[in-house]
Design a protein around this ligand. Structure first.
Ligand SMILES: [Zn+2]
Length: 571
């Protein structure tokens, strides 16, 4: 059985994600995972919340909660929304888990042993009143460029000038407001990525099948300016993985934590360990997915992410793995995405612009969103959500094509043949032609899915639904029934076979509708047609069926206008 490990980029913990985040990694990863399971792969599909770092601390402070409580609560909310969108993770973990703590410390120890960690003295702002070093975002003051009084230590929000905290006029702590600030020396660890530059280059150059979007970004970071830079992997914060050299203390690093970008990708591995522990399985159960010397040599590892995450996944995380000198699994294929915009602009939390995951599910069930997002996934370039386009996708693809087909066939059959699938006679030319179109369509659909070209796959799936409608229109069982009931039964039987086939083929994209189709036909499962040429004629005659409730309701113009106004954001 082929084995595929799939990870989705980790959503950051500080709030509910919008539809652009969803379609940028988690949702496409889910479609691919569902497809491979249907094709008989053993799949491990992993995601988790990314919980460390300053933004989590700031969001928790704003919510008036201890950061650990805040993260636990937001993890629960994100997990519930993932379930609402039917994201079929084998495990949805947390980067703050004990598993990730141990693995992050383990990797740091291995890298230090290999001479790939440098200890560097830095000068940073310290606040005696707060009893801590202040990261850039924790320092506020007056912008020296434009005079804006609430500029942050890293950037002025008003004039966008990049700043150092020492540039600010009248700097103060964003936590306590204290102006008693001083510059102190503090030691930090740097990952010597530059020492791994040629090893990383050789590895990336071996990936001749990767999308240009992935390799071009990697090459830019390898070669721009002075080439790949060493990166700080520690911070003077409380919230994070404490710095340890494996299981040993790290002299001079007491009270410091690893920087979030170092521990977050390691959580892919740790979340798989969390999965094993949550299911009472031995260590070998997760290590066989990740250690090539412990059973993972035959695993294909595919990562899904937005383009902004590509540098971390092509360079930083591989540097951690290669530098460890242990045989951890490196990624085999990176599927990266452009951005989804909202009605020509950006999604914005602060301005209430665009649709967020919780709002989407309150408006319509997940299949509606899954279909539009996946058939418009930003693969070739950025994509744009408009309510007009969403309405067209719902009404034309889902309601008029797929929903209408299922409704017409089951209603006609119930009225003319009772509550069981009729016995069909021999196929005529129309059935032969439709079966051939379906077989070709399945091959095209599978080819697109195997290549993870999801926009094309959605088009091929839709075309398969169209084939059924065209067949039904040409065969016209409602006319045949008047003169030749046997012929009408053959047509109806063939159309039922198409519904059973759609239940199997549509499942990766619209799992709830697929389940409703299976349920209407009284099927526990709708197995994938392994032989496209033999995809039809598998439903037994006499199989009881029910007319299902409407699969997809149309979105009318008045409701569309209402939604447009609701999500336009503050002007
Ligand atoms: Zn300014």
């Amino acid at each position: 059985m082929p084995r595929t490990l799939i990870t989705s980029a980790l959503p950051y913990i500080n709030g509910i994600k919008h539809l652009g985040n969803l379609v940028g990694s988690q949702l496409p990863a889910d479609v691919y995972a569902r497809y491979l399971r249907a094709r008989g792969h053993e799949v491990m599909f992993i995601c988790a919340t990314d919980e460390h770092g300053t933004p989590a601390e700031l969001a928790a402070a704003k919510a008036g909660e201890p950061v650990a409580d805040y993260c636990a609560r937001m993890w629960g909310e994100q997990k519930a929304l993932a379930e609402g969108f039917r994201l079929s993770f084998d495990h949805f973990g947390r980067s703050s888990s004990p598993e990730n703590r141990r693995l992050t410390q383990h990797f740091a120890g291995r890298l230090a042993d290999a001479g790939l960690i440098a200890e560097v003295m830095e000068r940073q702002v310290y606040s005696p009143a707060d009893g801590r070093f202040l990261p850039d975002r924790y320092i506020e003051g007056t912008c020296p460029n434009c005079g804006y009084p609430r500029a942050r230590g890293d950037q002025c929000e008003n004039c966008t000038k990049q700043l150092d905290p020492t540039d600010l006029i009248d700097p103060r702590s964003a936590i306590s407001g204290s102006t008693d600030l001083e510059v102190r020396e503090t030691k930090h660890l740097y990952l010597r990525q530059s020492a791994l530059r040629e090893e990383l280059r050789a590895w990336i150059d071996s990936k001749t099948d990767w999308p240009i979007l992935s390799t071009s970004i990697a090459h830019k970071w390898l070669d721009d300016g002075d080439g790949l830079q060493d990166r700080g992997i520690t911070r003077d914060l409380d919230w994070g993985v404490p710095v340890m050299r494996g299981t040993e203390p790290w002299p001079g690093m007491e009270g410091k934590v690893f920087y979030v970008w170092f521990d977050a990708p390691i959580e892919y591995i740790a979340a798989t360990a969390e999965w094993a522990h949550a299911n009472g399985l031995p260590e070998s159960a997760w290590r066989r997915w990740w250690r090539e010397d412990e059973g993972a040599a035959d695993v294909r590892y595919v990562e899904f992410m937005g383009k902004d995450n590509v540098p971390f996944h092509t360079l930083s995380f591989p540097a951690t793995i290669l530098g460890s000198g242990e045989r951890w699994k490196l990624v085999d294929y990176i599927k990266s995405f452009n951005y989804l915009n909202y009605d020509g602009g950006k999604f914005s939390t602060s301005q209430g612009r665009g649709v967020f995951m919780d709002q989407a599910l309150a408006i319509l069930p997940s299949d509606y969103w899954r279909w539009w997002l996946l058939s418009n996934v930003p693969e070739g370039g950025d994509a744009n959500f408009t309510w007009e386009s969403f309405q067209a996708g719902v009404n034309k693809d889902l309601a008029d094509v797929l929903g209408n087909f299922v409704s017409r066939v089951t209603k006609f059959a119930a009225a003319r043949f009772g509550a069981a699938v009729p016995d069909g006679g021999d196929w005529g030319p129309l059935e032969v032609e439709a079966a051939e179109n379906v077989a070709n369509g399945i091959v095209a659909y599978q080819t697109a899915m195997d290549a993870i070209q999801l926009r094309r796959a959605a088009q091929e799936l839709r075309q398969l639904w169209v084939t059924g409608n065209e067949y039904l229109q040409a065969a016209a069982p409602w006319t045949a029934i008047k003169t030749d009931p046997g012929r009408a039964a053959t047509i109806t039987r063939f159309a039922f076979d198409l519904i059973a086939l759609y239940a199997a083929l549509s499942e990766p994209f619209i799992p709830d509708a697929a389940a409703a189709m299976r349920h209407a036909l009284g099927l526990d499962a709708a197995p994938w047609p392994d032989d496209p040429a033999d995809a039809l004629g598998r439903l037994p005659a006499g199989q009881p069926f029910e007319v299902p409730p409407v699969l997809f309701a149309k979105l009318d113009d008045a409701r569309r206008a209402e939604l447009e106004a609701q999500f336009a954001g503050a002007a």
